[in-house]
Design a protein around this ligand. Sequence first.
Ligand code: C5P
Length: 223
Amino acid sequence: FQPKLLAGKRVLITAGPTYEAIDPVRGITNLSSGKMGYAVARAAREAGAEVTLVSGPTALETPHGVRRIDVQSAQQMLDAVMAGIHGQHVFIGVAAVADWRVENASEQKIKKDGSGTPQLQFAQNPDILATVAGTTSLNGWPYCVGFAAESENLIAYGAAKREKKGIPLLVGNIGHHTFGQDENSIVLFDDSGHTVLPQASKLQLARQLVSEIAKRLEQRSLL
Ligand code: C5P
């Protein structure tokens, strides 16, 4: 029996990698499989929430009962998130958003015509999570949750990242070899410190995360 901890709540989740075009047939992406974000979407839906999943390119099936919006680039992900953010109770940024996009992407396929190698110029992408977190200062909603994949000093970097992004809850991936795996272990950072959730399947961890989020929403509404 799964209690409907998020009944009546609307939850918006980003998942997967983003894809930044170099030309019409080439681009830059990363190793995110989308598994964790999709597991969180499934767990939130199981908990009774109305779930919207804004997804970069993945090979995964849409979890049952979840509304999915497909995007490619970080800018498209931001646009889809901002178009749907109104009225959401919770925003969970699980996507591995590219930090940079190619500023001088070519409209036509770049040819190997002997004129040298392409010179790519990069521009910084918007930070979707920080943008959403910035809008919460208006009325405190949605409750924002971020993820972090660090290759070292997770405890120190995780706590600092939570503060920098201005969010109440940040989930750190323990170890950076989680991409594409079915299991993970995570650490939750909030204003009272950090808590480790030991290794388990991404779905089990997603269910634990959803119940931790529900607990914090409950505490908020009691304040
Ligand atoms: O700063 P960093 O990329 O480590 O932060 C990771 C968190 O921020 C994740 O929750 C990710 O989904 C989110 N993020 C974002 N937009 C970006 C970069 C990261 O929403 N451009």
